[in-house]
Design a protein. Sequence first.
Lengths: 331, 280
Amino acid sequence: MSAGSFHECWFFTDPIDIASSTAGIADAMIENQSEQYGSVGLRNVLHVDAGEIDGSPFLALEWFYTVGKAPEALVGLIKIRAAERDGTHVICAHSLPGYRQTFADGFAEVVRRLDSGSEAADPYYEEIYVFELNGLKAAFASMTMSRDEEGDTRIDTTEAMLIPISSTELATSDSTTVSWSTPDGYLINAMDSSVENGELTMDLSLQLDDEGAWVVDGSFSGKPISEQLGTEGDPVSALGEMLAVRHLLQEPDATSIDLVSWIPDADPAAFTHVTVARDPDSDALGAASITMGPLKINGEFDDTGSMRHGTMNVGGVALVMERVFTAGALR
Amino acid sequence: MRGRGRLALPVILTMAASSPSAVTAEGIGLYLWEIGEVSVSDPSQLTDGPVTVQLDVANVQQFASFLQKYVTLEIVRADTQSITVLSKSTDSIRMEPGPEASAPSFIIDYDEPAITALLDEVDRESSAAATPEALRKFVNEHISDKTYLRAYDIASKVAATGSGDCTEHAFLLAALARAEGYPARVVVGVLMRATDEKVQSFGHAWTVVHDGQAWQRFDATLPEDPAPNEWLRYLPLMPVVNEDSGYNMGLMEKVAVWPRSVRLVPEPVREGVGQAESLR
């Protein structure tokens, strides 16, 4: 970015937690202003956003704040944008009021020019979802699928959320999963980690032991966990869920398919039952629901089994999932 | 749900429990979330007597089954969108204080060192056995960082961080109570609060302790319980029964059927009960 434009950008070639890093940089910038001009008075979340730029998911955050004491108090506005492209993260900040679109356009150009030089295997399929929580675009989820020489699929997922839980408090959530799947969609193993508000809350691995039992190891909610999971059928991968939806929609006589899946947020020490069902009340092509426990997502799926659009209502929360990017082919 | 967003359950729970209208009830230190409000002609006339409350819910049948199974609230009317209940100040959960209400669990983990250290602190403050009320006050003071930023932390974590909202207060108090030999449970429900002009309703969590005869409510978010000069009515909706590592899903079961709005019904719902005693 040009000198004197009040832009700053940071580039990270090692993995970072994009949501908590975004919030952390905003905190550091406001703290820096406070050291120069006096203590922070007001501080409010003005804006959060999530989306994608040519296949790179991004988060955006704006804080409004005041520093110093009246009548010399100063008003400030920090805008932060963060994105990931091919394993490289970039976070840019802008500290002048206004220029929201100009900053967004400049940031998008930075992201498009990122070239990590990564030698990682090329994914055969990529998709990005944006999550709207009660009308607020607050999160993204990205997934890539790549295949090894034996035909198994490695699935990498990243999710990041910025959630203003009050006008002055911002919660962040970052999670990453790496799992391996057989070609027909069964789970081989998985590693899952979550960071909430900058604090590691889950770091787990799931694999078969020498006797063929599924074992979870790691930490959950700050406690060590090492347990054998019950045998309730072979757990499917994300690929397996998509294949199940595809199968359901291709078979006119099929009404539902029951699966078991490892969803550690729900319960790390047990498999979760998932039901994929055709929506009998909808004439829309590809209308189906996914139910796990008390949660039900009503979605529209394409003929590969990938969800275009989904909605879920949980008490007072309306969650909308919108697929905003795909590349490659889901085979 | 991998790849399409695994739904980050703790975050959704936090979202459901706070945004977009998380509030701190100024003056009494409650940390809770607003569901709705209703104007009443004279909130100052509200008493400890029964009141009738209408809860708008997405799944009436499922919600009613929860109420009938777990709490003493009396259902007086149900239609396709809402359930009307008669609320008494003594309403609580409908469960026997079985051994699980006294045992350590994944989330009420009083056998962890962080809780043991707190118990030592409690013992140092008083030579006599700690009462539930003393423990309630202790928890209120220990959690000095009143914030919504914690996503349903388990008791030992709350003990270590001293941070959280109503659920963290409730989990920690339940842990200390069990450690001191009192059967204890965490309850989620609705708290109604009268202000000068209206009655607001909030999602809330609190602790119940069994005194040998009945479950008694203890709200560790309050500096003083009952709050002086406040009309507060607790509507217990569901106890937290899943205390193992799948507790997030258990909480989600509750959030999934949570009332979308709560209203104090200003007219009697049946002869001889409710209005005449509650809204003089």
